[in-house]
Design a protein around this ligand. Structure first.
Ligand code: GLN
Length: 284
């Protein structure tokens, strides 16, 4: 009978294979996939790195590593992705929440005092990562979450259940503001902003596994901002703000788009890499 594999041995060979392919975080990827395959916590793995791994778990791990070697992101293999300290379900219908988007959370929270109610809308919510994180952080807030994709909205609903914020969330299948009513203290969005012609140059784990509809911003990548800017003012409460995530180098053009619809650029927020990642606007 074959001896059981040791966790450390499985990790070492997986890490080498991933390294050889030039993956950015081979040790982390291997560890997360082994934890999932073997049903182990991080603490358990650290406490006993040489622990034996049952044959079925080891086989599952090897399948996970094969998928990773073919470019599939860890989050898609696991169906889970951490964002702002909470875990979200992801599916092929949703954009993987990115660390860059945590910039938008920090920005929005500065306008959401913890002791005051706040009503906001998240346009193109996907997994719901933005809106649901804010609801979890601010117990008095209420949110409308929209997406054009019913599959994505189903994922957002599941995540709302998972985070225990369902009672304060409404879900609307809509393209931007279509069919939306009322006024909001915050209008938030991380819309698709990649110019169509650039899509084929994106890394395989983005290009092959994120939904195109969540990436493709049209010929110049700015189409969704024009749609949002054109109607945002009529949905904004008197002291309200619009905050959007943007792509690298898009700040000036997007500020011009909003200015044309009487929304005044107020703030810029940088991501950890130092790129302007979010823009904030107020009423004139
Ligand atoms: N930040 C994503 C990327 O660069 C794009 C997400 C978007 O278009 N909103 O892959």
């Amino acid at each position: 009978m074959r001896e059981e594999d040791r966790a450390s041995e499985l990790l070492r060979s997986a890490k080498l294979a991933l390294e050889r392919q030039g993956h950015a975080t081979p040790a982390l990827d291997a560890r997360l996939l082994l934890q999932a395959a073997a049903g182990l916590t991080r603490e358990a793995m650290i406490a006993d790195p040489d622990r034996p791994v049952a044959a079925d778990a080891a086989a599952r791990f090897r399948t996970f590593i094969d998928r990773r070697l073919k470019g599939e992101p860890v989050s898609r293999i696991l169906g889970d992705r951490e964002f702002y300290g909470r875990v979200f379900t992801v599916t092929p219908a949703t954009l993987d929440p990115r660390p860059d988007t945590e910039t938008l959370i920090d920005a929005a929270l500065t306008f959401m005092p913890a002791d005051r109610p706040c009503r906001f809308i998240d346009l193109g919510t996907g997994t719901g990562a933005i809106a649901l994180t804010l609801l979890a952080e601010r117990p008095l807030a209420e949110a409308v979450l929209t997406d054009i994709s019913p599959q994505a909205l189903a994922v957002a609903r599941a995540n709302a259940e998972r985070l225990g914020v369902m009672a304060r969330a409404s879900f609307i299948e809509a393209s931007w503001f279509a069919g939306i009513e009322g006024q909001f203290d915050l209008i938030l969005s991380n819309p698709p902003y990649i110019p169509t012609a650039i899509l084929p140059t994106l890394a395989p784990d983005v290009q092959d596994f994120d939904p195109r509809s969540a990436l493709d911003g049209g010929p110049d990548g700015l189409g969704p901002y024009r749609e949002i800017a054109a109607r945002a003012l009529s949905f904004l409460a008197p002291q309200g703000r619009v905050i959007v995530e943007i792509g690298e180098g898009q700040a000036l053009e997007i500020e011009d788009i909003f200015k044309a619809f009487r929304l005044v650029p107020e703030s810029r927020w940088k991501d950890l890499a130092g790129h302007v990642r979010c823009l904030g606007f107020t009423q004139a």
